[in-house]
Design a protein around this ligand. Structure first.
Ligand SMILES: Cc1cc2nc3c(=O)[nH]c(=O)nc-3n(C[C@H](O)[C@H](O)[C@H](O)COP(=O)(O)OP(=O)(O)OC[C@H]3O[C@@H](n4cnc5c(N)ncnc54)[C@H](O)[C@@H]3O)c2cc1C
Length: 308
């Protein structure tokens, strides 16, 4: 029995009905990636049990949000893919004197939260309306746009560590930076956050949300599967899209993967791309930009599974 089969057997025995073998292409925004054992976790207690089991049995795992920033191997992965749902994907709203206090599950859909905040007149999340991930993924990445980031409104982040122990980390200890957080250096799962939002005018906030969505529709190649910006903005401050365009790479393709002609920092799946195509194209872009401008680009996207 291989390690995937043994993990599948063990998890199915402990969590009957919650474990599946899925294709990662069904779980990632690029729509690529091979088979994986996946478990959907619906409460903090269940997650603590799962992490206790994976720790004691030496089963590797990967926490996946909506896969909007992940390149998953065509060969699949040996890690058990954990996804948050049910009680870990809910938001509790509390009206306070100063505005709104929220308790938000790590599995909450960020655009829906942003839309709900605008409609209720809670300001500070309109920027996130077009970021197609979960709260947990957004905190892990410190996702942001238009000069705002998810860290701005957070009070604290609750995590479970690889043994299933809970802790709550105040925002000042989260080491947030540009697309970075301390959680990228840890084996933890973000199960929830506390956030404070100031009051705002619902009509203005809704129209701000609409404006942002229409800007994004114009700017980004949203009709094709993609994972948003592939590369981070380098320290030199020049946008990666500009550097990639200047290297003459717009439209450059490997198999079904193509550097978007609309926004050069996006790689699109034109229909039949594999993760290997995307990874090869990322390598070509990085090398060509280095040769052309001397800037070494760093990926924003995260990898799951074997890398060639
Ligand atoms: C069309 C498009 C537009 C985008 N625009 C933006 C943008 O404007 N700004 C921006 O910052 N990003 C953007 N992104 C990238 C992406 O949506 C964000 O990084 C998002 O926050 C990722 O969330 P996710 O749930 O999909 O995480 P995933 O892609 O599933 O995972 C990303 C990383 O987070 C980790 N992770 C996920 N959930 C948890 C958790 N609960 N606990 C601990 N770690 C976790 C994963 O292990 C992985 O390493 C865009 C992507 C797309 C496809």
């Amino acid at each position: 029995m291989n390690s995937i089969e043994s993990a599948l057997g063990m998890l199915s025995e402990h969590f009957p009905g919650d474990v599946n073998v899925l294709q990662l292409k069904e779980l990632t925004a690029w729509r690529t990636g091979g088979p994986a054992v996946s478990i959907t976790v619906t409460s903090a207690g269940m997650l603590a049990d799962l992490l206790g089991l994976t720790f004691s049995e030496g089963i590797p795992w990967f926490i996946l949000g909506l896969g909007s920033n992940v390149l998953a191997s065509d060969a699949g992965c040996t890690e058990v893919v954990i996804r948050l749902s049910g009680g870990l994907a809910r938001t509790a709203w509390h009206r306070s004197e100063k505005g709104w206090d929220l308790k938000i599950g790590g599995g909450v859909h960020l655009p829906s939260l942003s839309g709900a905040a605008c409609s209720r007149g809670a300001s500070g999340l309109a920027f996130a309306i077009g970021i197609p991930g979960t709260l947990g993924g957004a905190v892990f990445m410190n996702a942001g746009a238009y000069g705002n980031s998810i860290a701005d409104s957070l009070k604290s982040v609750t995590v479970l560590d690889y043994r299933g122990s809970v802790s709550t980390v105040p925002t000042r200890e989260c080491c947030f930076g540009y697309r970075s957080s301390r959680f990228q250096e840890e084996r933890t799962i973000i199960t929830g956050v506390e956030m404070s939002l100031e009051p705002g005018d619902p009509a203005l906030l809704r129209s701000e949300g609409k404006r942002i969505l229409s800007l994004r529709r114009e700017k980004f190649p949203l009709q094709y599967p993609n994972a948003g910006s592939v590369f981070k903005k380098p320290d030199e401050g020049i946008s990666p899209g500009r550097l990639i365009e200047d290297a003459g790479l717009k439209g450059r393709a490997v198999g079904g993967a193509e550097v978007s002609r609309r926004h050069a920092n996006f790689i699109i799946n034109t229909g039949k791309a594999t993760s290997d195509d995307i990874a090869e194209l990322i390598g070509i872009v990085r090398e060509s930009v280095l040769a052309c401008s001397g800037v070494l680009l760093e990926e924003e996207i995260r990898y799951l599974g074997r890398r060639n």
